[in-house]
Ligand binder design. Sequence first.
Ligand SMILES: [Cu+2]
Length: 461
Amino acid sequence: MVSFRLLTSTKCRLCEIEDLGIVPVRPNLESMNAQFQASLRSDIKPLQITQPEGVSFAIDGHEIRWQKWRMRIGFTPREGLVLYQISYEDQGRVRSILYRASLAEMVVPYGDPRPQHYRKNAFDVGEHGVGMLANSLEYGCDCVGEIHYFDAHLTNSRGEVSTIKNAVCLHEEDFGMLWKHTDWRRDVPEVRRSRRLALSFIATVDNYEYAFFWYFYQDGTIQYEVKLTGILLAGALADQPKYGTVVAPQVNAINHQHFFSLRLDFDLDGCENSVYEVNTEAEPIGAENPYGNAFFAVPTLLETEQAAQRLIDPFTARYWKVVNPTVKNRLGQAVGYKIVPGENVLPFAHPDSPILKRAGFMTKHLWVTPYAADERYSAGDYPNQHPGEEGLPKWTQADRSIANTDLVVWYTFGHHHIPRPEDWPIMPTAYSGFMLKPVSFFDANPALDVPPLPKQEKRCH
Ligand SMILES: [Cu+2]
């Protein structure tokens, strides 16, 4: 195989061909398709999920109601699924949490410096448009149970309406244990089973599949999870790879990372919101702490955009808490929701590299901005048509106040991918994301009113 690069001038004249040598063709052709497997497992018995009385959610146009949750859904060519007006009914009051939640940008920087690979830095949102690339789940969906689908209506390159049938999947899932305690004196267990509402769509972006899931739980938790699968970006192997892994004979899969930037337009019980960073500290041993066991949480108000550019720190159990200081729970505490990081990482690209300049949002896990209608995309409106530093790095240079105001929280999370042979010829799904959990938002556990299962359905968790 000859690797070459065509360089053309603006007049579409061929200027140069770079011949980068001959690489042997790989000897094996592994396949993911069932008909090409030597044998298939024969010891899997049916596991059926049925909802004989139908679903527990209700749909009115674009509004979804499920138990105490309320939300509206939208879909854009660039961001895919967008959720609006997410709220929770609490003691007869519908309380707003998020006004709008969207995947604002996504980039996949590859880590091989060679001429074939150094340009591989796909902006899957700002360049490809994950909404445009959404799968029609008419032809197969990985969800089971009673499913409701929503179509996505987009425009094509000629300005015509283009519909993706069954682009968004809505369904309920059993999710194990919600809470439990056994009164050991009486040997009486009290247990509730958890259920979650899942809203998702799946985009095929060239070689990769991304499934984007929002989950809503009965205890007020919101989870965002990306499921990554599909086919690794690989090349024929010329020598032992330093920047990748041999995943099959003569196949080199290249090291890379996936960064996701979520735009979370909070409206927590209204517009006047603030953000605190909370770190846990150990009390020094001494008169106050004679046994050396004490530790405590330290909240710090993030007052301006520059102060709110933060990184995760698992060693201080760091989290960020959005609060409404004007609304209190029954204990007099400001109502809040915290961002609970999941797996995360920083980019390995150099600060002077083109990709780090274009996707500056990758350099911080948290950004907070005051709401501005034209600040929608983390790497700017056109991530591949500017020299860099657009979007969050540029807007936040103004260092605007973000205290007690209508604010937008931007959370970045990265999935680090050093390929494995087990990722070939198709990757088992990897999971990456974060949670939003209520902190002082409610007066107590909001899932106390979930009824126990009927007796005949009682089972082991
Ligand atoms: Cu990957």
